[in-house]
Write a protein that binds this ligand. Structure first.
Ligand SMILES: [Zn+2]
Length: 340
């Protein structure tokens, strides 16, 4: 199931971050480092003349100091200071791990053929500083994204690129604005990883705006997780269940002519979402909320998309037709009846 080169490429990227000292920066599909083979410029310690080309299959390397080159298994061998025979063993070991691990996916592997991952769009133009333990998506991460239809989501941002965090064993989701990473979310990949999302809250600006956002419309829809937001027309992810005070200020500054609508997880299924709505009914009864149908059994937006087999379900008209107040929804929930 796992082809040799894709696992080899994965290992090369992991080792770049784990084994090479100093700064690494990514420009598009290239990774720039100080050449560890020749030692790079002796005069300038800050010079970095080594480049990895991650678009090549297998990944290749070239340095513009002494012209050091390597690719594929030889490159991996150089990164872990071993022979190419030993390096091959590392690849086979990892392939075996993947094959043994098939049942540990948070999302069960679908039976039959998995559709291939779409080619990622061209990445952000500016040089993007990413933590040095972020690498390209590994096979497990790609599988989850495929199962969850994330790569087909109609409102994913343009030039959006996800990573795998070798440190967290999670999918790293950058929140980018104007070519810079404002903050990021980590999304669980395996069973027993709690919580599902972790969020590094940076500033009031920490709001993830989905693609094709239209601020001439009347409403925006906010929710916690990025992987839900990208299926929502005019969706925003805020990293928490409810915006904090700073985010609320930022929201009303940025979208001053619009009204915000809260999209909780399905409270008919999820007890904690229900509690949260009851809580908000006391403090923010008039706030707008998207109401879930009593008959829907999906826990959240992404699950509902998968079950309904319609990735375009949450378009603006549909969303707008399901807006009520927190107080009304809480009352309906309390008495177990549908909203009229
Ligand atoms: Zn070199």
């Amino acid at each position: 199931m796992n082809n040799f080169n894709s696992v080899l490429n994965e290992l090369i990227q992991e080792k770049i971050y784990e084994n090479l000292p100093g700064k690494k920066t990514r420009r598009g599909s290239r990774i720039n480092v100080r050449c560890w083979i020749c030692g790079d410029s002796r005069l300038k310690q800050s010079k970095r003349r080594g480049w990895f080309y991650t678009n090549n299959d297998p990944i290749s390397y070239h340095c513009f100091n002494k012209g050091c080159t390597a690719s594929g298994i030889n490159l991996l061998a150089k990164l872990v200071s071993t022979s190419s025979k030993e390096a091959s063993k590392l690849v086979f070991k990892k392939i075996k791990q993947y094959n043994d691990n098939d049942t540990s996916y948070e999302d069960l592997t679908p039976s039959g053929v998995v559709s291939p991952i779409q080619e990622e769009e061209e990445v952000v133009h500016e040089e993007l500083e990413i933590p040095n333990y972020w690498v390209d998506l590994n096979e497990d991460a790609k599988q989850i994204l495929t199962n969850r239809k994330i790569l087909e989501a109609p409102f994913k941002p343009r030039n959006w690129k996800l990573y795998y965090s070798t440190r967290h064993k999670r999918i790293a989701i950058p929140w980018v604005s104007q070519g810079k990473i404002d903050t990021y979310q980590y999304r669980a990949m395996y069973k027993n990883q709690e919580p599902k999302y972790t969020f590094k809250y940076e500033s009031a600006k920490s709001i993830f705006e989905t693609g094709k956002f239209d601020d001439m419309l009347d409403y925006y829809f906010y929710l916690e997780g990025t992987f839900d937001a990208i299926f929502i027309q005019n969706g925003l992810a805020i990293g928490g269940i409810f915006p904090n005070a700073e985010q609320q200020t930022e929201l009303s500054n940025r979208y001053s002519l619009m009204d915000g609508v809260w999209i909780p997880d399905n409270p008919w299924v999820d007890e904690s979402a229900k509690e949260e709505i009851f809580k908000r009914a006391k403090t923010n009864p008039k706030d707008l909320i998207f109401y879930w149908d009593k008959d829907w059994s999906s826990k959240d937006i992404n699950e509902h998309i998968i079950k309904s087999k319609n990735i375009n379900l949450f378009d603006y008209d549909f969303l707008e037709s399901r807006i009520t107040t927190v107080f009304k929804f809480a009352t309906a929930l309390k008495f177990g009846r549908a909203i009229q």
